[in-house]
Ligand binder design. Structure first.
Ligand code: F6R
Length: 613
């Protein structure tokens, strides 16, 4: 879980690299470092802590090199320390490498290299890479020119098991850089007489809008005004240039105090973007999908597989997909699914939900499903992300870049897109009343306006947050879709405020959890499904009797006099009520975390993309 940046051009590399790293800090921030090509040697500067520490290192402004690589780390192998931070160099200081990913066979590689006389100075898996490259480079001494460098990198990569995005510079080739990726993200931004590298597009969007996307084990040899691509056998290959239309400002804070707050407030726009033009014809359009009536009728099951917040969006999406398509639909946690030998075959459609498109467990679950013969559909927010290149089919949430570690607008866009997909399936299957489907479409199209309204209404929760922020435990309750919403609200609170919280399906309460309810404890109830309101109210009565104080999020009209705080949000179809009802819960978590003085954008121990298992 790290971020990497690179630059090759005519400008001083170090400020470009440091700025790029700052934009990638959401991927990791326990240490940072850069290497630049200086006259006849490679410089190396690194330190523990945030990129700011690196920026303040004496001498960093004196670096003149116009080629460089950089890294912001989130420790996996080896504790956060200066020695373990990247870049790493080989013993002879010929190569410098930054790496994002995990080398699974690092122990055996280390033993092999030690037996060849190499010494290791860090505990990382990465330090193998420059030494392995050096090992092959020595063996290839009869090769001439850049071929020798390229072959050494390629031979080293073929020995690596695991995931990697790697940038390499070599003292003997001061005008080149070689990069490669496998199961970890890396993009190349092409500009005039210069090339940029990054783990994601927003970090370098202010420099260029044209990008090359690498597939697994594509090797790229960069010079200032050229990029040459090779496959894993080192045959030259062509790569298409992709243009990105995102606004660079879209990736900035836009005047908000934090990215998370900005992203919460962007949800009217992002959900509108998600729907796009899909409802413009009489039937919902998904040109990217090839779902025929025959194919959908042949399905025995749909799996929605994801992690964290995306999995919670899956819980909400399942309800719409199963009800509207009438195909049994299950939601599974990717890290469980991949190891339980799931019953998946060609009659299964597997949907993989992931904001980043880089989550290791979700990608692995997709590969497994594909191998078992299922059709795979990726739903991601990141165009060209790893998962979309593995899946049979891909559709995008188009929520725009999500920078804050805690996911907000990606969640609401995922819920919206799964509802649009559910309608599409129902229309293809022709097994639903079209008037009902059209009314759901109308409700979806009205969401952005209602999101705006909900945002305003939810601001009143600041007061409640002030009452709760010092508490140790908070409970969330809901039934049906409201349980799915409660589960996401609960995760938001725990991840950014560090308050222990649990979410329960209302009916489960009396099977154990109620033992924890005592005087003064906070219980948050979500009550948007009118068919289940009475049941949920009686669960809440049970906690009130035991002294709990309650906050209710509802869009229904019923007797709420028993509750301490009631937030009434706009009504909508139950399938899409998570889009509105989650907003007060996101803001409540945000206000609590701010009240505690915490860094909401970068909560402790968390990184934006979990690209390792
Ligand atoms: C929580 C959060 C995480 C992610 C999870 C999956 O706010 O952001 O739980 O949802 O790590 O990430 P993606 O969607 O990128 O696969």
């Amino acid at each position: 879980m790290c971020g990497i940046v690179g630059y090759i051009g005519t400008k001083k590399a170090s400020p470009i690299l440091v700025n790029g790293l700052k934009r990638l800090e959401y991927r990791g921030y326990d240490s940072a470092g850069i290497s630049t090509m200086e006259k006849d040697e490679i410089s190396l500067m690194k330190d523990m802590g945030r990129v700011k520490n690196l920026e303040e290192l004496p001498g960093i402004n004196d670096l003149e090199g116009t080629i460089g690589i950089a890294h912001t780390r989130w420790a996996t192998h080896g504790k956060p320390s200066k020695e373990n931070s990247h870049p790493h160099m080989d013993n002879s200081k010929t190569f410098s490498v930054v790496h994002n990913g995990i080398i699974e066979n690092y122990e055996s590689l280390r033993e092999k290299l030690k037996s060849e006389g190499y010494t290791f100075y860090s505990d990382t898996d990465t330090e193998n890479i420059p030494n392995l490259i050096h090992y092959y480079y020595q063996k290839l001494e009869n090769e001439k020119g850049i071929e020798r460098f390229l072959k050494a990198v390629r031979n080293a990569c073929l020995d690596l098991k695991g995931s990697f995005a790697i940038e390499v510079i070599c003292k003997d080739f001061p005008d080149n850089m070689i990069v490669v990726r496998k199961d970890s993200p890396l993009v190349i931004g092409k500009a005039d007489g210069e090339n940029y590298l990054s783990s994601d597009i927003p970090a370098i969007l202010s420099f260029t809008r044209t990008f090359y996307l690498l597939d697994d084990l594509d090797f790229a040899v960069l010079s200032r005004d050229n990029v040459k691509f090779y496959d894993s056998d080192l045959n030259p290959i062509e790569k298409e240039v992709k243009s990105i239309e995102w606004d660079a400002v879209g990736a900035d804070k836009n005047g908000y105090e934090d990215y998370m707050l900005k992203e919460i407030y962007e949800q009217a726009t992002s959900t509108r973007e998600t729907v796009g033009t899909r409802f413009q014809g009489a039937k919902t359009s998904f040109d990217e999908l090839d779902f025929t009536k025959e194919y959908l009728s042949s399905l025995t099951r749909i799996y929605i597989v994801a992690c964290g917040t995306a999995m919670h969006a899956g819980l909400a999406g399942k309800i719409a997909i199963e009800k509207l398509s009438k195909i049994p639909t299950e939601v599974d946690i990717a890290s469980e699914f991949r190891y339980r030998d799931p019953l998946v075959d060609e009659k299964t459609l597997c949907i993989f939900l992931t904001q980043s498109g880089e989550t290791a467990d979700t990608i692995a679950a997709l590969k497994l499903s594909k191998a078992k013969g299922a059709k795979t559909l990726a739903i991601s927010n990141v165009i060209g992300s790893s998962i979309t290149r593995e899946a049979d089919l891909s559709i995008y949430t188009h929520a725009g870049p999500e920078i804050a570690v805690a996911s907000t607008k990606a969640y609401t866009s995922q819920v919206v897109l799964m509802n649009v997909l559910a309608i599409h399936m129902a229309e293809v299957l022709e097994n639903n009343d079209q008037t009902y489907l059209d009314s759901l479409k109308k409700d979806i199209l009205e969401l952005p306006e209602k999101v705006e309204e909900t945002l305003k209404i939810s601001e009143s929760l600041k007061d409640f947050a002030r009452k709760v922020y010092q508490e140790k435990d908070v409970f969330y309750l809901g039934r049906g879709v409201d349980y799915a919403i409660a589960t996401e609200g609960c995760l938001k609170l725990k991840e950014i405020s560090y308050i222990h919280s649990e979410s329960y399906a209302g009916g489960e309460l009396k099977h154990g959890t109620i033992a924890l309810i005592e005087k003064g404890i906070t219980v948050i109830g979500v009550l948007t499904d009118k068919d289940l309101i009475k049941k949920s109210v009686s669960n809440l009565q049970e906690v009130i009797t035991r002294g709990a104080k309650t906050l209710i999020i509802t869009n229904q009209d019923f007797d709420t006099s028993a509750f301490d705080v009631v937030l009434t949000i706009p009504e909508t179809n139950t399938f899409i009520s998570p889009v509105l009802a989650v907003i007060p819960l996101q803001l409540f978590a945000y206000y609590v975390a701010k009240e505690k003085g915490l860094d909401v954008d970068k909560p402790r121990n968390l990184a934006k993309s979990v690209t390792v298992e």
